[in-house]
Ligand binder design. Sequence first.
Ligand code: GLU
Length: 422
Amino acid sequence: MSDERQRSLHQVAVDQFQKAADLIELNDAYREILAQPKNEIIVNFPVHLDDGTAKVFTGYRIQHNNILGPYKGGLRFHPDVDLDEVKALAAWMTFKTALVGIPFGGAKGGVTMAPSAYNECELQRVVRRFTHALGSNIGPDHDIPAPDLGTTSQTMDWVMDTYANISPPGDRQSVKGVVTGKSITCGGSLGRAEATGRGVLYSLRHWCGEVGERLDALKVSIQGFGNVGGHFAELASEAGCEVMAVADHTGTIRADGGLDVVKLRAWVDDTGGVFGFPAADPIDTEELFSEAVDVFVPAALENQLTAQRAGALKCRLVVEAANGPTTATAEKVLAERGIDVVPDILANAGGVIVSYFEWLQNKSGRAWPFADVDDRFRALVWSAHDDVVAARDSLDCSRRDAAYVVALSRLAEAYERRGIFP
Ligand code: GLU
């Protein structure tokens, strides 16, 4: 692995916000507060496996900041989950929620494990025991987890059910909002499952309006075909984009004239990955990055877009559907090459926006029709983009710096008004 990918991810997140903090001469105290999480919760908990043994898992919940509202962010189940990664992801949540103007702070959590190595019963026990170990560190007005890589609406239903069962009987209905991204049956919101992918598409639509391009004339390539990349691919192709190439953990494929995304989705549902899709050509992993397209969408893990890959790209725009996909050196290469970047905290905020709507619905006991969710969703994404464009133009900086400027200004204003206790 190259050096640029070995750097602390948390340090990358800190460097990103410090650069923007310089632009607005942010006060040192706020920088220091935001350079580390408020709370780092690490739990080691045993779970019975079906072979009769017990295994101890390590879980995290990092609460980065709550000046603007309850801690908020996903739970990631992946073998690479570690403290440094979760700290970075938690910090990005604080900036993401501040940027899109929803009353939440930032947090992230996870368990270091490969979910695919366990059966459903074992997985359920891991989720329930992890939730129990977190105990009152989460709560509907305190810290609200959601799905992320390796977790689903089923995971959230189990977290909610466990949390409800360890709450006093009279609170068991009112605590449903302890997690978002639940199934509809258990109090989830219409539109939440595909929200991150839809937010990426709305970001692309906004960019088209800004630069005078037609969405239905764009060619895109996507790294990742999971919840985010898969939904984005479907929505983009419905909107008329050509999805030229796609990669996931099983392989990389491309097709002249674009992939049939509906058929690809069915293939992935049946086989577990894009590998072997008959109506496409398999290509080498690195060829994904040199596919001639208008837009490249990293929708997988962090640190995927290295300097070398950024040098190979044949596109005009990168829309960061993943969190932290671009290394700091790749960022410089993209800037030198004039490739525009819609940063992660803006492009992938759709998930947490619809999570906010789910939380509001749980609080009010009312379910919103999809059209209500979608209208409010689009309005929030577009106004965040407008704010970023305005900040970028007035400060003559990158979109990423501008996104942090907008977020930091809101956080700083809250600190100014509230002061520092005592
Ligand atoms: N895991 C998603 C993210 O990274 C969603 C978080 C949420 O809905 O709280 O933004």
